[in-house]
Design a protein around this ligand. Structure first.
Ligand SMILES: Nc1ncnc2c1ncn2[C@@H]1O[C@H](COP(=O)(O)OP(=O)(O)OP(=O)(O)O)[C@@H](O)[C@H]1O
Ligand SMILES: [Mg+2]
Length: 259
């Protein structure tokens, strides 16, 4: 198993609706006793309505946040934010907000190069950075610029280049294609498809685009209201959904022709 989550609960304290300093905030449950197994070598799409807990699930699974209850295992070993073990080195991450994974003070080339240096990857790091920028459709000359000088979609591409830099065994990506134009999206999907098919990288993908989920992943897990409500091979689940939440997601797809 690449990841095993058992009984994972994550709550957040948020301020109440009105400023009432004598009252403690309200608690919001983002994950509620969630169980999920991600078998080795099976690419998994995680889908679900906005607010269902997908990004929280990824943060807990990546041991960036500790759950309030339950356990997270990576390849059988318990992982926590203090003791992530092999997780940090094996996994490349694209966060939903690409700005959060790039240091605003560093030229983007340095951000992409960082995993190469941390993991002491052999070879010419400058050439590798140029190759990665080219692979995501950016001019290698932009490596000297800082993140503020890029659009949201460009930052998303830089975050993907950084996540792929050291050739991760597992790529965990939260909506990595959401901010780019359709042509660039097709290019990035093809790039990730090549890596997962030929390169042996396992993919965990959060996507609102069910077509992309189906193209890139063998399996799907559907989240609804902080729990996994359905899992299985993506073609089976989408053809014969058993959960209401899955039917709602499939039914909400816009028709191609608007009439
Ligand atoms: N840091 C936080 N502080 C307080 N509440 C949070 C925090 N992170 C998430 N939540 C709450 O947890 C719930 C799940 O949020 P999450 O971001 O995991 O949803 P999501 O499925 O990724 O949604 P989207 O598709 O819009 O990205 C939401 O109700 C959200 O408001
Ligand atoms: Mg999210």
């Amino acid at each position: 198993m690449t990841f095993s989550l058992a009984g994972v609960t994550r709550r957040y304290s948020v301020p109440g609706d009105r400023p009432r300093p004598w009252r403690r905030g309200v608690t919001r449950t983002a994950l509620d006793g969630l169980d999920l197994e991600v078998p080795t070598g099976r690419d998994l799409a995680i889908v679900g309505a906005s607010g269902s807990g997908k990004s929280t699930l990824l943060r807990v699974l990546l041991a960036l946040e500790a759950p309030d209850a339950g356990t997270v295992r990576f390849r059988g070993d318990l992982v926590t934010p203090r003791a992530p073990g092999a997780l940090r080195h094996a996994v490349g991450v694209v966060a939903q907000d690409p700005a959060s994974s790039l240091d605003p003070r560093l030229p983007v080339g340095a951000s992409i190069r960082e995993p190469l240096e941390c993991l002491r990857v052999d070879g010419d790091h400058g050439a590798r950075v140029a190759q990665l920028l080219d692979a995501v459709g950016l001019d290698p000359a932009v490596a000297a610029r800082r993140p503020a000088a890029f659009s949201g979609g460009e930052r998303q591409r830089i975050a993907l280049a950084r996540a792929l830099a050291a050739g991760p065994e597992v790529l965990v990506a939260d909506e990595p294609f959401s901010a780019v134009d359709p042509t660039t999206r097709a290019r990035l999907v093809a790039l990730v498809d090549d890596l997962t098919r030929a390169g042996g990288t396992q993919l965990l993908l959060v996507s609102h685009d069910l077509g992309i989920a189906q193209r890139l992943c063998a399996d799907v897990a559907v989240l609804d209201a902080s729990r996994v409500v359905e899992t299985g091979p993506v073609a089976t689940v989408f053809a014969r959904p058993s959960a209401d939440a899955t039917r709602a997601l499939l039914g909400a797809v816009l028709p191609v022709e608007w009439g």
